[in-house]
Design a protein. Structure first.
Length: 207
């Protein structure tokens, strides 16, 4: 298997959703289905560093958090399906999940979320409105929007400076102001902010 192909494990109670998600993964470029199962123990035994685990288990938050923690401990990046922030999303993120995807998400959003998480970013479906580290909506300038979009697509500060024709110091200044606005220093949270505030709409993100 090519080093560029990312393995994806699908773990879920519902056979219809589980098999549907598995089919999307199998048909996508750059992704390979590692397994599909309803057994968390089987998934934990199978995943390893660099793998993505898509989890849709109807469990109490504390039990779901345990599953997320075990998968994360094996080196997998976890993306949890959720019907709402109060039910699963916030506890899962606190347990180490890299993202939460709405059960209403379509195929394009699913693939965008997988690829963001595979690249080390976080992903939150906009309708879940999960922003545990992000404060209320704030004003973002046009230049800040450009920088956020490039950050979300994995560009380095140097590459951003070259793309926009500005100095790297100016990029750092914009990023410092953005971090102050959202209340977090983590680059992954800049990406999450960009998605949840429609700076890079999930439906148009190509990965």
């Amino acid at each position: 298997m090519s080093a560029d192909v990312r393995r994806v494990a699908v773990v879920g109670d519902c056979p219809l959703l589980r098999n549907g998600v598995a089919h999307v993964v199998e048909e996508a470029d750059g992704l390979a289905l590692a397994l599909t199962t309803r057994a968390a123990d089987e998934a934990v035994a199978e995943v390893g560093p660099g793998d993505i685990a898509l989890v849709d288990l109807q469990l109490p938050p504390v039990c779901l958090s345990d599953v997320v923690g075990r998968l994360t401990a094996e080196g997998a990046s976890v993306l949890v399906f959720s019907s709402g922030p109060d039910k699963h999303a916030v506890p899962a993120m606190r347990a180490g999940a890299r993202g939460c995807l709405s059960r209403q998400a379509d195929e394009r959003e699913l693939l965008a979320a997988i690829r963001l998480v595979a690249d080390g970013c976080s992903y939150i479906s906009a309708d879940l409105a999960v922003r545990p580290d992000v404060g209320p909506s704030c004003h973002v300038t046009n230049r800040e929007r450009q920088i956020l979009e490039l950050v979300a697509h994995g560009e380095t500060d140097h590459a951003i400076a070259v793309r926009l024709g500005i100095s790297e110091h100016t990029v750092h200044s914009h990023l410092d102001r953005l971090r102050d606005k959202i209340g977090s220093r983590r680059r992954a949270d800049l990406t999450r902010f960009a998605i949840t505030h429609d700076i890079i709409p999930a439906a148009s993100w190509k990965g």
